[in-house]
Design a binder for this molecule. Structure first.
Ligand SMILES: C[C@H](N)C(=O)N[C@@H](CCCCN)C(=O)O
Length: 480
C-alpha cells in the first residue's frame, strides 16, 4: 500500500498524460513561432514603400535557413544533447525554452526596428539589418526549439516507456502541428488585423511562448516530485542507469541503424518542412489563390497530422510494422511532390487533395520514426542520439530552403506583379520529389538492417511480459 502511494506519479496514468499535455503545449508554442513567417513571405517581399520589407525570395530563403545556422555550424544541438544526458530533462527544457524566448525577442526587434536602410557585407553578400538581426534571432530560436524537441522526446520515453510511447509521441507531434497549423492559417489574418503588420504576429508569438515556459515549469515540479518518490521507493536492487560518457557518441555513430534513421530523417523532413515554408507562395503562384487565404490549404497538412499522427502511433504501439510504415510514407511523398511539379495540374482542388495526402504521409513516417529510436539506442544515450539525428536533419532544414530561394530567383521567375516577381514552382517541386526517392531508398535499407540486427522495428511497442523478454534479447543482440 505504502509502495503504491509512493510510486503514485510514475504509475499514474493521469500524471503521465498531464506531463504530456504540459510539455506538448510548450512545443505547440515553439512550432507556432517556427512557421509563422511562411504566410508572410508575400508581405516580406513587398517593397518597403508598400508596407513590406522588400526582401527577395533569396533573402527569404536566407532568413528561413537561419533556423539551422547555430545548430549545424556551432554544433549547438549536439552540445544540447550532451547537456540533456548530463543535466537531465528539467534543466535542459527550461534552458531551451528561455533560449527560444531570447531568439524570438531578437527576431521581433529585427523586423520592427527602423535601421535606416543600412546594409552590411558578410562573406561577400549584402545583408540589410532587419534581415540580419531577424535571422540571428531566428537562428538562436532554432537552437532553443530543437533542444526542446529532443528534451521532450526524452521526457516521453521516461514517462511512457513500455506503455503508450508511440501514441504519446504522436500526440505530442499533433500538438506541435496545431502550432504549425495556427501559424500558417492565422498569421496572415493577425497581420491583416494589425494593418498588414509583420511585427505584431511575432509579438503575439512571444507572449504565447511565455505561457509555454510557465507550462514547462509546471512539468518541472511534477517531474521533480516523481524523482523524489522513485528514490524513496527504490529497493536498491534496481539496476542503476549507466551515466553518459563521451565515448557513447562513438557507440552511436558506429551503428548503421542510427545512420539510416538519421538519413531518412533529413531526407523526409527536407521534403516537408522546407516545402511548407514555400507552400503559401506556391498556392498564390501556381493555384492562383488570394495572398490573404494562401495559408489555408497548406494549414490543412498540420491539421490532418493532428488526428493521424496519434492514430498511426497507436497502431505502431499495438501492431508494430514501424519500418514498413516508413516505406509507405516515403512512396507517398514521391507521388505527391511529383504531382505538384506538373504545371498543368493547377486547380485548387488538386492542391487540396495533394496536401491531404501529404498530411497522411507526414503522419506515417514521424509516428514510426521517433518511437523507433529507443529500439536502436539505449536510454542513457538517447538525448545524444536524438540530438545527432536532429543535427543531421538541421543540415536539410537549413540548406534546402536556402537552395529553393536561390533556385526560385535564378530559374523560376515568370514576370512581375506589383513590384514582386511571380514564380513557376516546377523545379523546386522536382527537387522535393528527389528527396522522396532518396528517402524511399534509405527506408528500404533500414528495414533490411532491422531484419539483420533484430532491432524490433516491426514489433509492437506495447508488449506482453513474455514478449518483453524476447524483444530485449533481440535488441541486446542488435546493439552488439
Ligand atoms: C524539427 C525537429 N527537429 C523535428 O524533427 N521535429 C519532429 C518531432 C520530433 C519528436 C519530438 N518529440 C516533428 O515531426 O516535428
Amino acid at each position: 500500500m505504502t509502495e503504491q502511494i509512493q510510486r503514485k506519479l510514475s504509475e499514474s496514468k493521469t500524471a503521465r498524460w498531464a506531463v504530456l499535455a504540459l510539455v506538448a503545449f510548450t512545443m505547440l508554442c515553439g512550432y507556432f513561432i517556427t512557421d509563422m513567417m511562411a504566410p508572410l513571405q508575400d508581405l516580406l517581399q513587398t517593397p518597403v514603400d508598400g508596407g513590406g520589407l522588400g526582401w527577395t525570395a533569396n533573402e527569404y530563403g536566407k532568413f528561413t535557413s537561419a533556423y539551422g545556422w547555430f545548430n549545424v555550424f556551432f554544433l549547438m544541438l549536439i552540445f544540447g544533447g550532451m547537456i540533456l544526458d548530463k543535466m537531465g530533462v528539467r534543466f535542459t527544457g527550461v534552458m531551451a525554452t528561455s533560449i527560444m524566448l531570447v531568439g524570438v525577442f531578437i527576431k521581433w526587434f529585427g523586423v520592427s526596428h527602423d535601421f535606416g536602410g543600412e546594409t552590411v557585407s558578410i562573406f561577400g553578400t549584402e545583408w540589410g539589418y532587419p534581415l540580419l538581426v531577424a535571422s540571428l534571432g531566428y537562428a538562436l530560436f532554432g537552437v532553443g526549439v530543437e533542444i526542446a524537441g529532443i528534451t521532450v522526446s526524452k521526457i516521453i520515453v521516461k514517462w511512457f516507456k513500455g506503455k503508450e510511447m508511440a501514441l504519446a509521441m504522436g500526440l505530442e507531434m499533433a500538438c506541435a502541428r496545431i502550432g504549425t497549423g495556427l501559424a500558417i492559417g492565422i498569421t496572415p489574418l493577425l497581420s491583416r488585423a494589425f494593418g498588414n503588420s509583420i511585427s505584431m504576429p511575432i509579438f503575439i508569438g512571444l507572449i504565447l511562448l511565455c505561457i509555454g515556459l510557465i507550462s514547462f515549469i509546471v512539468f518541472v515540479v511534477m517531474d521533480k516530485r516523481r524523482d523524489v518518490e522513485d528514490a524513496a521507493a527504490a529497493t536498491g536492487e534496481e539496476e542503476a542507469e549507466e551515466p553518459f560518457r563521451f565515448g557513447d557518441i562513438l557507440d552511436i555513430i558506429t551503428l548503421k541503424g542510427f545512420w539510416y534513421m538519421a538519413l531518412l530523417c533529413v531526407l523526409f523532413y527536407s521534403a516537408v518542412f522546407p516545402f511548407l515554408k514555400y507552400a503559401p507562395n506556391l498556392m498564390i503562384n501556381k493555384f492562383g489563390i488570394d495572398p490573404e487565404w494562401s495559408g489555408v490549404i497548406p494549414a490543412l497538412l498540420p491539421f490532418g497530422n493532428i488526428l493521424l499522427t496519434p492514430f498511426f502511433g497507436n497502431l505502431y504501439d499495438r501492431k508494430g510494422k514501424g519500418a514498413t510504415i516508413m516505406i509507405i510514407g516515403s512512396v507517398m511523398l514521391i507521388f505527391i511532390h511529383c504531382m505538384f511539379s506538373i504545371p498543368m495540374l493547377n486547380n485548387w482542388i488538386v492542391a487540396l487533395c495533394l496536401i491531404i495526402l501529404l498530411g497522411i504521409a507526414f503522419s506515417l513516417v514521424p509516428s514510426a520514426m521517433w518511437p523507433s529510436v529507443p529500439k536502436i539506442i539505449p536510454e542513457n544515450k538517447l538525448g545524444t542520439a536524438y540530438a545527432l539525428i536532429f543535427w543531421v536533419q538541421n543540415w536539410g532544414l537549413m540548406g534546402v530552403p536556402y537552395m529553393i530561394g536561390i533556385v526560385l530567383d535564378k530559374y523560376c521567375i515568370t514576370g512581375m506583379v506589383d513590384g514582386k516577381p511571380t514564380y513557376n514552382y516546377m523545379i523546386p517541386m522536382m527537387i522535393f520529389t528527389c528527396f522522396g526517392i532518396l528517402a524511399l531508398f534509405i527506408s528500404l535499407l533500414l528495414k533490411r538492417e532491422d531484419r539483420i540486427k533484430g532491432y524490433g522495428l516491426e514489433l509492437p511497442n506495447i508488449q506482453k511480459d513474455a514478449d518483453i523478454v524476447l524483444a530485449e534479447e533481440m535488441i541486446g543482440e542488435g546493439q552488439r
